[in-house]
Design a protein around this ligand. Structure first.
Ligand code: N0T
Length: 523
């Protein structure tokens, strides 16, 4: 038995997810935390490739690594568990001063059971695949098979027990059961077992959550019945896996979504049917009470698409966490918009130096040049991560990312102040319409610290602040540059003169400003 008196680490609180009055926080070491993460490539989950992960994470300035734990490596034979990689990973993460998000690649790793052990994925009788209406069998496991649920649940619970016993440092801060669940190439399971459930009544819990009247799936949901049915059963399945895991060790857990197009979604099956796509969020909320949040994986570099996804997943009943995003330069600026939606974290994908690239989704190869714009974005948030996190948890965080052809954006900060974010301007002087940056790489993030006090940072952007009322003009009281050591402000200098005469100008350099505003009457 561990002696907690001689090991202070053993007394660290378990990371938890907190939600109240429509505001959300991931609590790590007792306070709100922002995941400034990097996700490793899918097959980097072994000691050898792991060596090529840490240098990339360090270059990125990430505080968290998201990385897969494959069911096939964890339970290679039924009932025989192999903890060696998990243990190695925990020890390595601590040595590299990173937290971990573990991705449980099991029944669903994007549609298929390819990461399930061979005793699962090769036994279609015991662990049946989904059968399409035309009789074709897909490489996607049916969520209706009790044996599959039982096996996955057992293994996942064992993983969580192991973490409870071997991670008093709370190196692992969140867990993602499954990965982008759902089915490609079919809308739902049409096997006799599934069909029987489909012909039965819609569960009361779902009806109540949606405010709908009883009936069969077809009666209640019409043309959306098949997808809704599949989503419900996948969500219930994952919820039972999560429930068993949390009973062992209650870490925050989330499910990530392979998105459908926000405006031209296409048909379920063309996108992952049964996953937590934007149209199925309410179904997941009703079905998966042990899942803390539903997280988008955003591989859409266009500003309108990206920010629309942020808006759809940032809800009073759902914290925004961008579990994956592309790692080409266009994506780096979206850190600001994501956190500006009071996001709890943001994780570019493929951030390791193993020789692979998921181009055209992301970079052809991850190099220091790939990482640079992301590192620059992270660097300024790292100067005050805990303070930004607290602001997000109280709905006091505002952020924008540059849109092509839109050289200026407005932010309403509170009832006293508005901000203008302009792009492509020199740092000294300028009259007229801002040109925008040659590529849209700018962004800004502003936390409200008090009615007249703001924490401001940005990248390739000029921030100016105006009073919201007439008859007064803004004057800076103080524009202190510095950084927070945890939550204690460390003053470096006061900006004045050229540094403030033309707004607060941010380049690629990581700078954090604590700005106190005042007014004088204009007549
Ligand atoms: C992601 C990643 C990894 C034309 C892709 C994104 C990760 C998984 N899937 O590198 O496989 O494990 O979660 C799917 C996005 C498809 C969009 C196709 C648009």
């Amino acid at each position: 038995r561990r002696d907690t008196r001689s090991d202070p680490a053993a007394e660290r609180p378990i990371p938890r997810f907190e939600s109240k009055d429509g505001k959300h926080a991931l609590i790590v070491d007792g306070a709100p935390f922002l995941v400034l993460g990097g996700q490793a490539h899918n097959s980097s989950n072994y000691p050898e490739p792991l060596k090529q992960v840490w240098p990339a994470l360090d270059e990125l300035g990430a505080n968290t690594l998201s990385i897969s734990i494959a069911w096939e490596q964890f339970e290679p034979e039924e009932g025989r568990f192999d903890f060696s990689f998990v243990d190695h990973l925990l020890e390595q993460a601590r040595a590299h001063d990173k937290r971990l998000i573990l991705l449980w690649f099991a029944t669903w790793k994007n549609n298929g059971p390819n990461y399930a052990p061979r005793w699962v994925k090769l036994d279609n009788a015991r662990f049946p695949r989904l059968v399409r209406e035309d009789g074709q069998v897909l490489n996607s496991l049916s969520p209706h098979a009790p044996a599959t649920l039982e096996a996955d649940r057992k293994a996942f619970a064992r993983l969580m027990t192991h973490l409870r016993e071997h991670d008093p440092q709370r190196t692992v801060i969140m867990v993602q059961p499954q990965n982008e669940p759902g089915t490609y190439g079919g809308v739902r399971d049409f096997s006799p077992l599934a069909q029987q459930a489909f012909d039965g009544p819609v569960p009361e819990a779902l009806l109540a959550h949606l405010g709908k009247s009883p009936g069969t799936w077809r009666e209640v949901f019409g043309a959306d019945a098949d997808e809704t049915f599949h989503a419900w059963h996948i969500a219930r399945y994952i919820d039972q896996v999560a429930e068993a895991g949390k009973a062992e060790y209650p870490l925050p857990m989330y499910v990530n979504a392979a998105l459908r197009g926000p405006f031209n979604p296409g048909q379920p099956g063309q996108y992952a049917s049964g996953g937590p796509t934007d149209n199925m969020l309410d179904v997941y909320k009703a079905a998966a009470k042990h899942i803390d949040l539903l997280a988008p994986d955003i591989y859409m570099p266009e500003h309108l698409l990206y920010t629309t996804v942020l808006e759809r997943y940032a809800r009073p009943d759902n914290a925004l966490f961008v579990a994956e995003t592309g790692n080409t330069p266009a994506y780096a600026r979206y850190l600001f918009a994501a956190l500006g939606h009071d996001g709890i974290g943001w994780v570019p994908f493929g951030m390791d130096y193993t020789p692979y690239g998921n181009w055209p989704l992301g970079a052809k190869r991850t190099t220091p040049e790939t990482i640079a714009p992301f590192a620059q974005a992270f660097a300024r948030i790292n100067l005050g991560m805990r303070v930004f996190a607290k602001a997000a948890s109280e709905g006091r965080l505002h952020g924008v990312s540059e849109a092509p052809g839109v050289p200026e954006q407005q932010i309403r900060l509170n009832d006293r102040w508005n901000a203008t974010i302009a792009y492509g301007l020199p740092h000294f002087w300028f009259q007229g319409v801002p040109p925008g940056n040659p590529e849209p790489i700018g962004g800004a993030l502003i936390a409200e610290l008090g009615p007249d006090e703001f924490l401001v940072t940005g990248m390739h952007a000029r921030v100016t602040i105006q009073p919201a009322r007439d008859g007064v003009a803004m004057i800076y009281d103080r524009v202190e540059e510095g950084r927070y050591a945890d939550t204690a402000w460390e003053f470096h200098r006061n900006w004045n003169g050229d540094q403030t005469d033309y707004g607060l100008n941010f380049s690629e350099a990581a700078q954090l400003l604590r700005v106190t505003l005042a007014t004088y009457p204009t007549r």
